[in-house]
Design a protein around this ligand. Structure first.
Ligand code: SAM
Length: 271
């Protein structure tokens, strides 16, 4: 891609690395800039398995959505949905039942715009801009209320996004407020950066996390029990609980990604 910025929404600063576009580049997408690519290439130098973490995360997202759709969930609210890439939520959910509805939400205008462009002609999938730190502005956004029926179960996806919320944002209260709005039988899907298992890889992860301090969304790593506590503010953890992505209902048909300890995941159900 040339660095033509004709497609960039007004107000987007393409001189600062951005989580949505870094992740897009990491997964092989084209909606990113030199600054994002340079950031990711530097992250790989200090934490060489970072790309595998992204792939493990994305594979988990696919399995979780398909499984919930197979269990009868027909509404998905994907917060921090990112720039559309391979295996998007609407493709997986509507692959199980074409009547499934998906609302994508992201803080990044490029992610929202690219989602809208991809969803042209799909009346059962939409995208809006929103900030997870202000969950009411998402849950009570008229565009969301018009589209999703909160009297029926909804799967809220917070996949690879909660680690952008420091404790000072009180992510537990955010998850609780989301859970309190949802009907019984709703679900929360989480993936989150967790600790590595060896001192060497943990040092690499910490160095990569340090790089994120240069972005508008620094990363906070949390332990399994901290992630469980976030989910349990309003949901009951469903088996197998908080595990690394590869251990969450692995699909033997899927291309295998080697286990990535830092890719911690969980699914909760509203009782
Ligand atoms: C690493 S990407 C994850 C994309 C997708 N959920 C996945 O796992 O494949 C993180 C996304 O979260 C978004 N994000 C970061 N902070 C956010 C916030 N406070 N509210 C909504 N989205 C946010 C970023 O713009 C980015 O698109």
């Amino acid at each position: 891609m040339t660095e033509s910025d004709a497609w960039v929404p007004e107000g987007v600063d393409i001189t600062v690395p951005n989580a949505a576009r870094i992740y897009d580049y990491a997964l092989g997408g084209v909606h990113n800039f030199a600054v994002d690519r340079e950031f990711w290439d530097n992250a790989l130098k200090v934490f060489p398995t970072a790309g595998l973490v992204g792939r493990a995360n994305r594979a988990f997202l696919g399995r979780a959505v398909r499984r919930l759709a197979q269990q009868g969930i027909r509404q998905f609210l994907d917060i921090g949905s990112g720039i559309p890439t391979v295996g998007n939520v609407h493709e997986m959910a509507q692959g199980v039942d074409p009547s499934s509805k998906i609302m994508y939400v992201d803080i990044d205008p490029i992610a929202v715009e690219q989602s809208r462009s991809l969803l042209t002609g799909n009346p059962r999938a939409r995208a809006v801009r929103g900030d997870l730190r202000d969950p009411e502005s998402i849950l009570f956004n008229p565009a969301v209320l018009d589209f999703l029926d909160f009297a029926e179960p909804v799967a809220v996806l917070t996949v690879a996004v909660l680690h952008f919320l420091p404790d000072s944002d009180d992510p537990g209260s955010i998850i609780k407020r989301i859970g309190d709005t949802l009907a019984r039988g709703s679900h929360l899907v989480v993936s989150h950066a967790g600790p590595e298992r060896t001192p060497e890889s943990q040092a690499g992860l910490k160095a990569a996390i340090k790089l994120y301090e240069k972005t508008p969304t620094p990363v906070v790593m949390r332990t399994r029990s901290e992630i469980a506590a976030l989910v349990e503010t309003a949901f009951e953890l469903v088996p197998p609980g908080v595990v690394i992505a590869n251990e969450w209902h692995p699909d033997p048909e899927e291309d295998e990604v080697p286990p990535q300890p830092t890719a911690l995941v969980a699914v909760g159900r509203k009782p």
